[in-house]
Design a protein. Structure first.
Length: 255
């Protein structure tokens, strides 16, 4: 039996690298998927890739910072699928100009928080009642290994938002466990997407970072998708309130 057979998933940021890989894997594993993205063309491309593997998905354009748009997106997904039982709060931004709080720009800080944290809250607020109505299910929140580690190359707005998501994940798990809903966080280290590659323009700097990874490589979107799929599946039926670091061992490497 497929891991997500019969599941109905709401995946935010589904037009980006991690959301796309997750949407395709969720569909391969038996779920129908609502692909949510602010970029309709990107969401539609993900739907095309889902269709190519024999899955079913719909593209929904929405800005997750806007509650009215979130509510409309959720209602559209419920109307299409007859309900929802899986939420992957994947959408987020990690701007290259986000650096130390010492030089922090408050407008950028608010932009990061509004998408990463506020968007996670708003999507959870509107999807969770449908998961309750379905008799239970799973929420997966996208945090980061920067929620548990500091760095000499700070991304303080991003790290603060992802740390808040980790805390929110634990609170949600406690509140929703009695309703049959598991809530876990996924905290990846550097996943090599086109966006992340731009953080390492210098091959020597990239090599220094790579030396910190015991498994000898950066992550791929499929690595994050695999863990998200497990957390959403019934195989994780006694796992909740956890924020799982997926970083190739970086956080275990003292020297």
């Amino acid at each position: 039996m497929k891991q997500l057979e019969g599941k109905r998933a709401f995946v935010t940021g589904g037009g980006g690298a991690l959301g796309r890989a997750s949407s395709v894997l969720f569909a391969r594993e038996g779920a129908v998927v609502a692909v949510i993205d602010i970029n309709r063309a990107a969401a539609e491309e993900t739907v095309r890739l889902v269709s190519a593997v024999g899955g079913r998905a719909i593209a929904i354009e929405a800005d997750i910072r806007e509650e009215a748009q979130v509510e409309l997106a959720v209602n559209q997904a419920v109307a299409e699928f007859g309900g929802l039982d899986t939420l992957f709060n994947n959408a987020g931004i990690m701007p290259h100009q986000d650096e130390s709080f010492l030089d922090g720009d408050l407008e950028l800080w608010h932009q990061i928080s509004s998408i990463n944290l506020d968007g996670t809250m708003l999507c959870s607020k509107h999807v969770v009642p449908h998961i309750v109505a379905a008799g239970g299910g799973a929420v997966v929140n996208m945090s980061s290994f920067l929620a548990v580690l500091g760095t000499t190359y700070p991304q303080d707005g991003y790290a603060a938002s992802k740390g808040a998501i980790a805390s929110l994940t634990r609170s949600m798990a406690v509140q929703l466990g009695s309703r049959g809903i598991r809530v876990n966080g996924l905290a990846p280290g550097p996943i090599m997407t086109a966006h992340v590659e731009q953080f390492f323009p210098d091959p020597a700097a990239r090599a220094i970072r790579l030396e910190r990874v015991p498994l000898g490589r950066f992550g791929q979107p499929e690595d994050a998708a695999g863990l998200a799929c497990f957390l959403a599946s019934d195989a994780a039926s006694w796992l909740t309130g956890q924020v799982i670091v997926l970083d190739g061992g970086i956080s275990s490497n003292y020297l």
